[in-house]
Design a protein around this ligand. Structure first.
Ligand SMILES: Nc1ncnc2c1ncn2[C@@H]1O[C@H](COP(=O)(O)OP(=O)(O)OP(=O)(O)O)[C@@H](O)[C@H]1O
Ligand SMILES: O=C(O)c1ccc[n+]([C@@H]2O[C@H](COP(=O)([O-])O)[C@@H](O)[C@H]2O)c1
Length: 234
């Protein structure tokens, strides 16, 4: 604290965005979302965090039995490497392995706790698309999430960006707990990119060039998902 009547020169806390996703594959919708939030919220860095075991995307029932084999997710290392390739040219973007190195299902509550431990002084901003925000009440320990970071909901074509379902819970929290941001509309999804790659249709300009090349090199999304060595049960 300044004691001589001068203004304190203590630097402001580092502002870190967290872009969580399965990134199977990462596409330009993810990158634009992170870039827009970084600009509008004056973030110093955005950390992309590929999921380890995205439990809601595995097509499994509660006992872990595969009930929809078409929903198997690509190996975490492939998704991680595509994320590194896609973000490499932006000095403000980085990629974390916290979710892929933690065992078991991936829960955002754990992601935020791990990143808080790694960045104890930082202000954290978790970035989520309108579709993910819509289903946040189904996330593990969702009630505690809003105490761990600010949340930024971003628009996405085909989804309404709102927090009506959270109104009761957010009422008792500071107004900057959840903020909404309209971003340029890119109607791109990983599901569509996978379907295109599977049928030999182009994914150029939907995903970064290096990711197009990585998908081709690793022959991702070509074989039926049931036979790929993903993270769902064999
Ligand atoms: N086109 C987009 N515009 C804005 N946000 C997006 C867009 N695509 C994905 N997101 C957001 O990015 C995060 C990670 O998304 P994810 O990796 O599941 O991609 P996806 O395209 O939704 O994948 P899939 O089609 O396999 O469900 C989520 O918060 C999601 O809402
Ligand atoms: O915490 C949970 O239970 C939870 C359930 C579903 C999704 N999430 C997180 O939401 C982010 C986007 O996930 P997804 O599945 O849409 O790629 C990613 O960071 C996930 O870990 C988190």
């Amino acid at each position: 604290m300044a004691t001589d009547g001068q203004t304190s020169t203590r630097p402001r806390a580092r502002r870190i965005g967290i872009m969580g996703g399965t990134f199977d594959p990462i596409h330009n919708g993810h990158l634009v979302a992170a870039s827009e939030v970084a600009h509008r919220f004056s973030l110093d860095e955005v950390i992309f965090v590929p999921t380890g075991r995205p439990w809601q995307k595995l097509g499994e029932d509660e006992a872990g039995n595969v009930i929809d084999a078409t929903r198997a997710v690509s190996p975490a290392e492939d998704r991680y490497l595509m994320t590194v390739i896609a973000t490499a040219s932006n000095p403000r973007f980085s990629v974390s392995r916290v979710d892929i190195e933690r065992e078991g299902d991936t829960y955002t509550v754990d992601t935020l706790r791990d990143l808080r431990t790694l960045h104890p002084e930082a202000e954290l901003f978790f970035i989520t698309g309108a579709d993910a925000l819509e289903s946040i009440l189904s996330w593990q320990d969702w009630e505690g999430l809003f105490e761990l970071a600010h949340f930024i909901g971003v628009s996405r074509p085909g989804y309404e960006l709102h927090a009506k379902h959270l109104a009761q819970h957010l009422g008792s929290l500071p107004p900057d707990t959840l903020q909404m941001l309209e971003i340029p509309a890119l109607a791109i999804s990983s599901t569509d990119c996978r379907a295109r790659a599977a049928r030999g249709r182009p994914v150029w300009y939907l995903v970064p060039d290096g990711v197009v090349q990585y998908i081709a090199k690793r022959k991702l999304y070509r074989a039926p998902k049931a036979s790929s060595p993903g993270v769902s049960a064999p």
